[in-house]
Design a protein around this ligand. Structure first.
Ligand SMILES: [Zn+2]
Length: 213
């Protein structure tokens, strides 16, 4: 896909991300992998006013090319692309329910079978480190392991997918799960599915895709 088209899709998805309620204002950021490195949303700019030229190309050595500064979390995006061949797009946001759980340093356990949508039996919470730091990037990469998403303590959510549309769908699903988990926690002690059951679900997801049956 040509850069211009990728830049336009990045802007469309960033605007849709705010419209979906998983992000607000200028918090959060989005990127896509390209042959030179990655294209990422700029730091601190309102998505609605973005032009294709505002999207920043960051090369594989971490050099930003263009007239804008890349998102402050560009290191996390770059480090994930380096170790995860399955990442074609990365989405980071501060969705309310995910953020609330992250402030409790709570992973999302297997309270619902759809937790497997993130590729594991739970959705972990990466330890806290200052935003934009290399330390935070290392925590996130380690916590993700082979999964497609994790919470970030006292911060929010990050997820990866083959493309922008699927990254967005995954973020919306995880925010829904986080909201349901918080509601269940508020009235009792949610029953957690057995590891063997989550194994069955993970096998079904890998065989049939991640659509809910
Ligand atoms: Zn953030």
């Amino acid at each position: 896909m040509a850069h211009d088209e990728m830049r336009r899709r990045l802007i469309e998805t960033a605007i849709a991300m705010n419209g979906s309620g998983i992000s607000q204002g200028t918090s959060g950021n989005l990127s896509v992998r390209c042959t030179e490195g990655m294209l990422i949303t700029p730091s601190g700019m309102d998505y609605a006013g973005l032009e294709p030229g505002d999207i920043v190309l960051v090369d594989q050595k971490g050099n930003p090319l263009g007239h804008r500064q890349p998102s402050s979390e560009w290191r996390i995006h770059q480090d994930i692309y380096t170790v995860r061949a399955d990442a074609g797009a990365i989405l980071h946001a501060h969705p309310t329910a995910c953020t609330a759980l992250s402030c409790l340093h709570k992973p999302i356990p297997a309270f619902h079978y759809m937790v497997a949508v993130a590729g594991g039996a739970d959705i972990p919470c990466a330890p806290y480190a200052t935003f934009g730091s290399q330390e935070l990037s290392e925590h996130v990469v380690k916590s993700l392991g082979g999964r497609k998403a994790c919470l970030m303590a006292n911060h929010g959510l990050i997820c990866l997918a083959p493309d922008l549309g699927r990254a967005m769908a995954l973020a919306i699903e995880i925010e829904h799960l986080a909201r349901a988990y918080l509601m269940a926690l508020s009235v009792g002690d949610p029953v957690i599915l057995e590891p063997a059951e989550m194994e069955r679900v993970l096998v079904k997801f890998s065989t049939y895709g991640v659509q809910e049956p």
